[in-house]
Design a binder for this molecule. Structure first.
Ligand code: ATP
Length: 370
């Protein structure tokens, strides 16, 4: 019997040892992933890292070279796409142009002879706040509205698992931000499991409760957005989710609470529990917004790291904050984000500056340095 029922709740998804090889190219390698029912899970990574291939494997549009896929505990590895309790919303949301919005949403239900297709379609349209345009045709809606119709059309089927492949990619920035919040609200309301694929780190962090960062067919790190941002474990994650200042050096002291790393002759302290490695040569980092820019050498203070003097090489104003690039001899170029509290930049290009941050805000990577 087929498991293509109309789930009332989301199902969990498990990928166990999935490898996908195309002729001459391995797109996914030994991927293990466990997504709890009812969660909003984002697969985040650069173009070509294997995100879409992973979604297509879950949808049944591709067959894995090896490994198993389980939805709600049932092995669907060899199940036909239409028999999987899955729906996909793509970036190109092809609605039927000659049908009304209501007919578009009710189409799938009617074809499967589900009772009260019209009533259910109205319900789905209410959810995306478009019931008032039910009688219109797609061409009479904006891009964002059409995307919401595509979402209603997928949700009306009550798939246990909804796959979203860059569904907001075609929208302009403002609409995209608005839709991100709406999509999150809808997911919470319907309680289905959402697997969202995107290359947009802000989108993934805004919407998902768990983010998996993917790189070259593997998952580099997985966790809550705050956790990934605060404690990236690899340089790839540290730079793909926001920006980071990264340094390498030898651990020269180690206590129960902290490690001290020699960075070009300067001792930099990192909390032990925020560092992956505690001995030898290590890579450490700090986020640009955690660093303060000072125009005078600060008095040494326990618990604060200081680098400098350096020279400001670039200043760029972006509204809420200003980004400074600072060249520190022997260390390299650092980036600092300063919140704009006063009119105009505080420091100009060419100024001599020191950089300082609370030692508790640093992190240590698990990468092999260099
Ligand atoms: P994007 O964000 O650009 O869509 P992605 O992370 O979704 O990227 P995939 O589409 O999953 O990436 O592709 C992963 C890799 O597998 C790419 O290098 C791609 O060229 C390759 N690939 C995908 N489909 C095939 C195929 N049918 N034959 C050969 N190689 C493929």
């Amino acid at each position: 019997s087929s498991i293509a029922s109309f789930a009332e709740a989301g199902a969990d998804l498990e990928l166990a040892g999935i490898t996908k090889r195309f002729p001459g190219f391995t797109a996914i390698e030994e991927l293990d992933l466990s997504i709890p029912a009812g969660s909003f899970f984002a697969l985040l990574g650069p173009s070509g890292c294997g995100k879409t291939t992973t979604l297509r494997l879950v949808a049944g549009l591709e067959e894995p070279t090896s490994g198993r896929i389980l939805i709600g505990g049932a092995d669907v590895t060899s199940t036909k796409p239409f028999q999987r309790p899955v729906n996909t919303v793509f970036q190109s949301y092809a609605l039927f142009p000659h049908m009304t919005i209501l007919e578009n949403v009710a189409f799938g239900l009617r074809r499967r002879k589900i009772a009260d297709a019209v009533g259910k379609a109205h319900e789905a349209l209410k959810l995306v706040e478009l019931d008032h345009v039910a009688a219109r045709r797609p061409a009479q809606l904006s891009g964002g509205q059409q995307q919401r119709v595509a979402l209603a059309r997928a949700i009306v089927n009550r798939p246990a698992l909804l796959l979203l492949d860059e569904p907001l990619g075609a929208l302009d920035l403002k609409l995209r931000r608005q839709m991100q919040l709406e999509l999150k609200t809808i997911q919470t309301e319907v309680g289905l499991t959402f697997l969202h694929v995107t290359h947009d780190q802000e989108e993934a962090m805004t919407m998902a409760d768990t983010v998996a960062v993917m790189n070259k067919g593997r998952i580099e790190q997985m966790g809550a957005p705050e956790e990934l941002y605060e404690l990236p474990r690899t340089a790839f994650v540290a730079n793909f989710l926001g920006q980071s200042n990264l340094f390498t050096g030898d651990v020269v002291a180690s206590t129960a609470d902290h490690i001290t790393v020699d960075v070009a002759g300067v001792p930099i302290v990192v909390p032990r529990k925020r560092a992956q490695r505690h001995a030898g040569e290590v890579a450490i980092g700090v986020r640009p917004e955690k660093v303060s820019l000072l125009t005078e050498a600060p008095t040494p203070e326990a618990g604060r790291n200081v680098l400098g003097p350096g020279r400001v090489t670039d200043v760029s104003f972006s509204g809420v904050s200003t980004q400074y690039l600072v060249e520190v001899p022997g260390v390299g170029e650092l980036i600092v984000f300063a919140q704009n509290m006063v009119f105009g930049p505080v420091v100009a290009v060419g100024a001599e500056v020191w950089l300082s941050w609370n030692a508790e805000h640093g992190f240590g990577l698990d990468d092999d340095p260099g």
